[in-house]
Each structure stands twice: as structure tokens, then as C-alpha cells.
Ligand binder design. Structure first.
Ligand code: PLP
Length: 440
């Protein structure tokens, strides 16, 4: 992915950020509460930094999306994009709600299976699947492999034939639209590395139809991430619908259209399309075509359901700048450093949340100037030990964390009503070097 679209929506206040997230509320005594669990209680017990996810929000989001597709009269299946957050507890929860999985590696495929997601509901995407990965996909007999090049298609045919299997495939077509997202997350333009050029899709489909061990079932596309505007979807789906008609006119069967993921979330409370509008756009493009629709949502499902809970180490005054130094850092949540991403940051204490605010740079303790979560953010004075929640951290958060600066992996917690469970204990320091070998 790439950097995210810059957005000029005015920054929402602390109260506005909390009010817009239904699994969070501010309680006068308990402070910021996720579902029925005060975040301060989690911090007191599990320490910080800690990721906390709301199971209720995850279920509600999945059902809102699936419901929007159903209400639009679409025969649709959701394959959760595992890369957004691959924790087994999250995969298992979404799987129980009915989600399949969109995987991009052997590890993600094995994770999805370990979480109980049936192979038939797994779609495999990715520009560089190795022979070994394709073999695994075939031996698990997963639902569909999205093929990203003619080279991959031929390799897959040879492997499937040697295994006596048939690969159900969908070429991932690059519709050459600009999703208007940040450079690092756009994937649907002609010069992006992803997918098959639009002009070559028909020839590739015809080749697939004639190859042993290959059954082309439809088309796939995925144009980018954090998309907050329907226009690029509309343009891409219109081009895919044209291809479906063209292929059918040539006598090919096209049963499935995989519309990819990319639906954005309102990090800054900004207006955006949401599932009903996306479903409407899909319907407008494919109604009366008798195709099964697949979707590969990642961020939209899990992003808003998670926060990164951190403690203030200290406040630091420099000439012309105020810094709030947290115990969380870019090794935990890399999105601000990597994508210029904007995340809401709110105090956990009810008193802090209504105290007078002034601009502060919110930073981590790592020796990199990029270790900055926010610049000139309006926040109250925060004493050492004060807790803050970095919002909408459920997607591309924990999965992208690293042990840089010998910082152990943060703990993870799943909140479900009044119950909360540590779903990953904080990594110990000893575990950081447990598998390292010193020769001699
Ligand atoms: C990353 C990815 C997704 C999910 O994208 P989100 O923006 O998280 O919805 C879906 N499909 C493919 C092929 C991807 O690479």
C-alpha cells in the first residue's frame, strides 16, 4: 500500500471523536469505556502499550456490510482481507459471522485455516505467489485463486496438472483507474505492479479456459485502499462489467466478480461512502448480470474496532513546541510514519478529556524523527502516567509492528461486553532473542 490521501477536513474535537465511535463512550468516573470495560482497567492489568479490540464492533461491522449487500439484492460473499489484522481471535470471530478470507501468503492461508475458516471460503490474492504457495492452495482446495499474470497462470496450470487438481481462478484485472488514495496505497493504475492489464484480460481469460488444470470462474479487481469516494469504484466496476459482457459474448462462462476491498473509514470523522453506497455502486454495475459478487474488505471491518492504548512517559517543552512522549512507538503503530496516516488520539481520563487543550506533537520514544503519531494536535496537559487511546488502530496496526529498538510486541486484548480477554500476552524481552544464535 502507500501513503494515504491527504484530507483537509477540520480536525474533530476529542468529544466528537468519541461520540462518532459507538463502541466507545466517556464515563464520568471510569473514563473511556470500550463496550462495558473501562480502558484504564485494561491498562492497569495488562500494562501499556496494548491493543484493545471490540468484539461487538467487529460483529456489528461485519453484519452491517453483509446486510448492505443483501439489502441491495446482491448474491454476495465477503472475504475478509487477513492482512489487515491476522490475529486468530479476529479471524475466528469474523469466520463465525460468516466471513471467508482473502489471503496473500502461505502464512495467512494457514492462519485462516487454523482459525476455522473453511478452505472453500478462501480466496488467494497477491502478485508473487511462489510455487510452494500455489501447491498449498491447491492441496487445501481453496475456493479461488486470483491470478495476477500470464506467467503465474501457466505455472499454476502446470502445478495443478501435476497434482491432478483443478484451480478455480479469476484474473485480477487492473482497470487503470486512480483511486485517488495516497501514492503508497493505490493499486489500480496501469503503472501499478498489480493485476493484468485491462487490454490483455480477454486473451488471458481465453488462454485460461484452454489450459489443463484451470477453471476460470470470473474476474477480480482491487483498486486501492482507504477509498473515500465512490467515483473510482464506479469507473472500475463499469470497466469490469464491460469485460464480463465481452467474455460472455465470446462464449466464456463468467460466474463471479470479485470487487476487491479498499473501502475507507472516517479516521477524521470525515464523510465517506460506507457499505450501503458501495453496495449500490456494485448493484448499479452488475444488476441483471447474474453474477456472484465477492468483496475483500479489510480496513473497513477491523480498523475502527481497535485502539492502541498508551501511557504518557512525560511531557516535554521545547522552544516553540510541546511534546507528549508516549510509551507506544512507530514499531507498534507504523501507519503515521509510513503512510502519513492521521489517527484520532483521545485521553482516557474523563477529567483530561474536558481540560483546556493546546497544540502538542505526540511522539514515541524511538530514535527516529518519524516516530511521531501526530503534529500540533489539540490535547490537554497530560501528566506522566496519563493514558491515551490512539483510535481506529484495528487495521494495519499490530500486524505491521516490529521489534525495532528491542521493543517487545505489545499485548492484545479482546473486549466483548463486560468481559475482556488477553488474546496475546505482552512479549517478554527474553523472547526477543530466544531464537538468535551466537556462533562459537
Ligand atoms: C489489501 C487488500 C485488500 C484489503 O484492502 P482494505 O483497504 O484493507 O479493504 C483486499 N484485496 C486485496 C487484493 C488486497 O491486497
Amino acid at each position: 500500500m502507500a501513503a494515504e490521501p491527504q484530507d483537509n477536513t477540520p480536525e474533530p474535537s476529542i468529544a466528537e471523536l468519541i461520540a462518532a465511535r459507538s463502541h466507545l463512550r466517556m464515563h464520568a468516573m471510569d473514563g473511556l469505556v470500550m463496550e462495558d470495560v473501562p480502558l484504564a482497567r485494561i491498562a492497569a492489568s495488562a500494562g501499556t502499550p496494548t491493543w484493545a479490540y471490540s468484539a461487538g464492533a467487529l460483529r456489528a461491522r461485519y453484519n452491517t456490510l453483509a446486510g448492505a449487500l443483501r439489502d441491495a439484492g446482491l448474491d454476495a460473499h465477503c472475504h475478509y482481507a487477513v492482512k489487515a489484522n491476522d490475529h486468530l481471535a479476529i479471524l475466528s470471530l469474523l469466520g463465525k459471522e460468516g466471513a471467508g478470507a482473502d489471503v496473500v501468503s502461505e502464512g495467512e492461508l494457514l492462519r485462516a485455516r487454523a482459525a476455522g475458516i473453511p478452505a472453500s471460503r478462501i480466496v488467494y490474492s497477491g502478485v508473487g505467489k511462489s510455487e510452494r504457495e500455489l501447491r498449498l492452495a491447491l492441496s487445501e482446495d481453496i475456493g479461488q485463486i486470483n491470478v495476477e499474470s500470464a506467467e503465474e497462470l501457466r505455472m499454476l496450470s502446470a502445478i495443478a496438472t501435476s497434482m491432478g487438481r483443478t484451480a478455480r481462478i479469476a484474473p485480477r484485472v487492473n482497470p487503470d483507474v486512480d483511486a485517488g488514495t495516497h501514492e503508497k496505497i493505490s493499486t489500480g493504475r496501469a503503472r501499478d505492479k498489480f493485476g493484468i492489464p485491462y487490454s490483455e484480460a480477454v486473451a488471458l481469460y481465453a488462454e485460461a479456459a484452454g489450459l489443463p488444470g484451470i477453471e476460470p470462474v470470473g474476474l477480480a479487481t482491487h483498486i486501492g485502499s482507504q477509498i473515500m469516494d465512490l467515483a473510482p469504484y464506479r469507473a472500475a466496476f463499469a470497466k469490469i462489467a464491460d469485460l464480463v459482457r465481452l467474455l460472455r459474448g465470446l462464449g466464456h462462462k463468467v460466474r463471479v466478480v470479485d470487487c476487491g476491498g479498499g473501502l475507507g473509514i472516517p479516521y477524521r470523522n470525515q464523510p465517506g461512502p460506507g457499505p450501503a453506497a458501495l453496495a449500490g455502486t456494485i448493484k448499479a454495475a452488475f444488476h441483471n448480470m447474474d453474477v456472484q459478487i465477492a468483496l475483500e474488505p479489510g480496513r473497513w471491518l477491523v480498523g475502527p474496532a481497535g485502539v492502541l492504548l498508551a501511557s504518557v512517559v512525560l511531557g516535554k517543552q521545547a522552544p516553540g513546541a510541546r511534546f507528549v512522549v508516549l510509551d507506544a512507538a512507530m514499531n507498534d503503530l507504523v501507519r503515521p510514519a509510513m503512510y502519513d496516516a492521521w489517527h484520532g488520539i483521545v485521553p482516557v481520563s474523563a477529567t483530561d478529556a474536558v481540560a483546556p487543550v493546546s497544540p502538542a506533537d505526540v511522539v514515541g520514544p524511538i530514535c527516529e524523527s518519524g516516530d511521531t503519531f501526530a503534529r500540533e494536535r489539540l490535547l490537554p496537559d497530560l501528566a506522566p502516567g496519563a493514558l491515551v487511546a490512539i483510535l481506529d488502530a484495528g487495521a494495519y496496526g499490530s500486524v505491521m509492528s516490529s521489534p525495532y529498538n528491542a521493543r517487545p510486541r505489545a499485548a492484545e486484548v479482546l473486549v466483548d461486553g463486560a468481559v475482556w480477554t488477553v488474546i496475546r500476552p505482552r512479549q517478554t524481552h527474553a523472547a526477543l532473542w530466544a531464537d538468535e544464535v551466537v556462533p562459537g
